[in-house]
Design a protein around this ligand. Structure first.
Ligand SMILES: Nc1ncnc2c1ncn2[C@@H]1O[C@H](COP(=O)(O)OP(=O)(O)OP(=O)(O)O)[C@@H](O)[C@H]1O
Ligand SMILES: [Mg+2]
Length: 247
């Protein structure tokens, strides 16, 4: 099976500061269609950097990243949005909603960019908001929504274009257990029933039991036994108990 994302010997150096920061140092990772992969690791280890490069939001310094079979390393920044629009749904670490647009319009924006007609976009946005439990919030502005509701709008927006790859940075961080579980059930369904490749960055040990595979990143490199992956439950001794919150 062709990976949805294939990362080889990926490095990323941020040039800010005298010496710069080597945020990724030789990462290898495959993400398959139909799997829910979780990326864990300490703060500053490079999780958001890796996710952003896989999501065609950030350019890499060297190595190879194939997204749906297409090499993205070496593309110019202005070549990335088209790829992102075609293949990627991205849920940002801090929601990233447009404050002057309603919840519905935030979702529709993605569809407008894809050339979907206004009427169809509105119908689809309403369906998506219903799916995430926000059927009545189409006309609400982000400022009038709770953290959990904003997160769900961000998820609806990421799913709007029906992307093959869904990347989410801490999608449950702002959510209570019940909402967090709903979000994870939705992500699991996207992977297992609809064959999407789903990558979730998380610090939230309650969601780890939903993973098909957990990859740990430390100091910009994959840190784990055998081919960079560990099975859920092997990673942290307290997992079964932690899982209770979302079970
Ligand atoms: N735009 C940037 N410019 C310069 N350095 C950056 C930038 N973004 C991240 N870094 C640095 O790169 C390293 C990796 O950061 P990154 O945000 O990928 O970590 P993270 O694992 O997502 O952390 P967290 O769990 O806190 O979100 C850190 O040392 C960080 O300070
Ligand atoms: Mg981060």
């Amino acid at each position: 099976m062709q990976p949805a994302i294939a990362v080889r010997d990926l490095t990323k150096k941020y040039e800010e500061g005298a010496a710069g920061t080597l945020a990724l140092r030789g990462v290898d990772l495959d993400v398959l269609p139909g799997e829910l992969l979780m990326l864990v690791g300490p703060s500053g280890s490079g999780k958001t950097t890796l996710l952003s490069i896989m999501g065609c939001i950030l350019t890499a310094t060297s190595g190879s990243v194939r997204v749906a079979g297409k090499e993205v390393v070496g593309l110019r920044e202005n070549q990335l949005p088209a790829l992102r629009l075609e293949h990627i749904g991205f849920v940002f670490q801090g929601f990233n909603l447009f404050p002057t647009l309603t919840a519905g319009e935030n979702v529709e924006l993605m569809l407008d960019l894809k050339g979907v007609s206004a009427a169809k976009a509105k119908k689809r946005a309403q369906e998506l908001l219903e799916q995430v439990g926000l059927g009545g919030k189409y006309a609400s502005f982000p400022a009038d929504l709770s953290g959990g509701q904003k997160q769900r709008v961000a998820i609806a927006r990421a799913l709007a274009g029906d992307p093959g790859i869904i990347l989410a940075d801490e999608p449950t961080a702002a959510l209570d257990s019940h909402t967090g579980r709903n979000v994870m059930e939705m992500m699991t369904e996207l992977a297992h029933q609809r064959g999407r490749a789903v990558v979730i960055v998380t610090h939230d040990s309650r969601v780890l039991p939903f993973a098909d595979r957990i990859v740990k990143i430390e100091d910009g490199a994959i840190a784990a036994p055998e081919n960079g992956s560990v099975r859920p439950g092997l990673l942290e001794g307290h997992l079964p108990q932690a899982a209770v919150g979302l079970a």
